[in-house]
Design a protein around this ligand. Structure first.
Ligand SMILES: [Zn+2]
Ligand SMILES: [Zn+2]
Length: 151
């Protein structure tokens, strides 16, 4: 049986459920995540979109375009309390990323990697056993397609 986990926004208007474990779980220390979540870093659990179900309420959407890459990020938040619950990103089609502080249980999955560590706050130290990237993570491997050597 596939495990399920639930979560929601701070006021309780929006509730969601996820199926199974995240495809990957990331801590992002970029300046944009620090600002958009008003926090020291973002904890992001990314799932296939069909594994994420909004079971109550409606989410509003705000699109941000990176001035570095030009790609969009669509943040989806509760219109009542403003909690950002998830986002979708142009770079990850077919996936939804849950802002993991919104889970009812926040400790049920392990973090795979820390990204944008070059802008982490000085009092944050890296735990052993995780992948650490100064900037963004390399693209996810595509299991359906053979890896082609770079030209
Ligand atoms: Zn809310
Ligand atoms: Zn970030």
């Amino acid at each position: 049986m596939v495990e399920t986990h639930s979560g929601g926004c701070a006021c309780g208007a929006v509730r969601y459920r996820v199926l199974g474990k995240p495809v990957f779980a990331t801590v992002c220390h970029c300046k944009f995540c620090q600002r958009r979540l008003a926090s020291a870093f973002a904890v992001i659990a990314t799932f296939d979109e069909q594994s994420v179900e909004i079971i109550q309420g409606e989410l509003s959407e705000c699109e941000h375009r990176s001035d570095k890459s030009g790609r969009w990020l669509r943040m989806r938040f509760c219109p009542n309390c403003g909690t950002t619950v998830l986002h979708t990103a142009e770079i990850r089609p077919g996936m939804r990323s849950i802002v993991a502080g919104t889970f009812d249980d926040t400790d049920w999955f392990a973090i795979d990697r820390h990204i944008w560590v070059q802008s982490k706050l000085p009092w944050v130290s890296m735990p052993p056993g995780v992948a650490v990237y100064p900037q963004g993570a390399p693209p996810s491997p595509q299991p359906d397609q053979p890896q082609e050597p770079a030209p």
